[in-house]
Design a protein around this ligand. Sequence first.
Ligand code: GTP
Ligand code: MG
Length: 196
Amino acid sequence: MKITSARFVASLTDVRQLPTDGLPEIALVGRSNVGKSSLINKLCGKKNLAFISSTPGKTQALNYFLINESFYIVDLPGYGYARVPEHVKAGWSKLIENYLSNREQIKLVLHIVDARHEPTELDKMMAGWLDYFKIPYVIVITKIDKIARSKITKQVDMIKNAFGKLKYCQDFIIFSAITGVGKNELLSIIEKYISS
Ligand code: GTP
Ligand code: MG
């Protein structure tokens, strides 16, 4: 699949405002600052489509991007950012939970983790949660450009092992928003799921 058009359509903080056109949705989840917005920009070949920041916790709403006029990529607020006040955190997780547990249009979730670190407890909880709700997902190991070539296999194995047994995980994909590695593989998987 080639992405020929991509545009931002809405930033929503209430599930009652979600699009009603029934188009398939690909949702992105992951720790704050892990690289969700950068991944969207790389996939779409547009530098400033999704807002990238060195300050974690920037994406605080469900950000909808319409791709090829035929499906949405939905950028979700990142979790696990310590410096956000508790009441704001609670609001975000409610929003994410409401969205993920009720939205039939979700065809696939991209669960983004950082290649440099062992998955956090929240990363594991998110996977467990997607399993519980029977939502198919792929685990995208991003920022792989930060890992020395000779250490990639070992690092990926460590991450897979740390997650343990997963039910609805379809695949692990290594990715870099800098080099573009993994982009074509991700696009193929997305294509498969939006047409299923
Ligand atoms: P929130 O919206 O705050 O949850 O963050 P996010 O997950 O959308 O992360 P974002 O894309 O804004 O990227 C966070 C930081 O990581 C930025 O400084 C990016 O430039 C950097 N970054 C993202 N992806 C990569 C990557 O693949 N490689 C490297 N080296 N840096 C990356
Ligand atoms: Mg973001």
